[in-house]
Design a protein around this ligand. Structure first.
Ligand code: ATP
Ligand code: MG
Length: 320
């Protein structure tokens, strides 16, 4: 049962805030997938929040967004780590709006977003990780993948006919192909993590009923009409197969260095808070700090200070 997290005045204490945010990260984290079952995670879960807590959750999100901006500044200045956020979900689960809200305080210079659509003919002439390589975040940056190489074990597993278009040598397309892809993705993520890229993978877990409600909104509201795609209805018909592919993918690719977060997505306010808290807690654990000056650099700053002061005096003389 949910408990009211805010006080009577709708506010929450700093200590309580910290505890709740830490707990949200742990609650939905899967870093060892061996026993993972998707049905252990309810799409309409709101954790410790009750229905009346939406406003309090909104203020918590605001606090997270502010903290994220401070941490991002240090990430950028330190220029050592990169953070890669991967978003996967069924249509209308809220990937776009979550990215928009959670990243709203971030300095655009330190953030790179890439959306991966069905691969082009040119991309299909390469291995499936090729197009991803150039989109990885540089050191000091936050990279966001709106869909990713995980489509290779999701949509492609649900529609194995897509494999035909990949022009793979036939002898390499065996019944082991998904197991091999899980292994290769695992090895790739280990490689990235060993090179200073922290990876967080979010599955926005929306229910079939809520997806129907959101599709209906796209049909009914003129401002949302453009989002509707009849192709999304075709994919919806394969819901069970998609859920099996997600379960299998998460089970085989969750790891301590590249954990999955199975985020309840029926309530958008809760989805955003969970994602924001996971990002903030992860960044806090990275020991981000502004670079310390060496004695030589400090001397240089002092010299520059003197130079600037002298230039100021001569400028003032000229004015007179
Ligand atoms: P939205 O619908 O919110 O605009 P979206 O991420 O669903 O965002 P779309 O252009 O509708 O964007 O869909 C992209 C499509 O590309 C998805 O159906 C996805 O499964 C497909 N796709 C992405 N990567 C691959 C891949 N490697 N192979 C095949 N299909 C892919
Ligand atoms: Mg779509």
């Amino acid at each position: 049962m949910a408990v009211c997290v805010a006080g009577q005045d709708g506010q929450f204490s700093g200590g309580k805030l910290k505890g709740i945010l830490e707990d949200l990260g742990k609650r939905y984290r899967v870093s060892d997938g061996r026993r993972f079952r998707l049905n252990q995670f309810a799409p309409d879960d709101t954790g410790p929040f009750g229905r009346d807590d939406e406003e309090a959750a909104g203020s918590m999100l605001g606090a997270c967004v502010e903290q994220m901006a401070e941490l991002q500044d240090k990430l950028y200045a330190q220029d050592r780590w990169a953070l890669l956020l991967i978003f996967q979900a069924m249509d209308a689960a809220g990937k776009d709006s979550t990215i928009k809200q959670v990243m709203s305080g971030i300095n655009p210079q330190g953030c790179q977003v890439f959306s991966f659509k069905a691969p082009s003919e040119g991309e299909l002439d390469h291995d499936y990780l090729w197009r991803v390589m150039c989109c990885l975040p540089e050191r000091g940056r936050i990279g966001i993948f709106n869909r990713s190489y995980y489509e290779e074990t999701l949509v492609v597993q649900v529609h194995p006919e897509i494999l035909e278009r990949q022009h793979l040598p036939p002898e390499l397309v065996t019944r082991n192909i998904w197991k091999e892809r899980y292994e290769d993705i695992g090895a790739y993520e280990r490689y990235l993590s060993r090179n200073g890229i922290r990876i967080l993978k979010f599955f926005l877990n929306v229910s079939k009923g809520e997806q129907k409600r959101r599709f209906s909104q796209r049909l009914d509201q003129p401002s949302k009409n453009w989002k509707f795609s009849a192709a999304d209805l075709r994919e919806r018909e394969r819901w069970e197969e998609y859920m099996a592919a997600y379960e299998s993918t998460i089970r085989h690719t969750a790891s301590p260095h590249a954990p999955w977060f199975v985020v309840p997505a029926d309530n958008k306010w809760f989805t955003r808070l969970v994602v924001a808290s996971v990002v903030v807690e992860t960044m806090k654990s990275m020991d981000l700090r502004y670079p310390r000056l060496t004695p030589a650099q400090r001397d240089e700053l002092e010299r520059a200070r003197g130079e600037l002061a002298r230039a100021g005096k001569s400028g003032a003389k000229r004015k007179r």
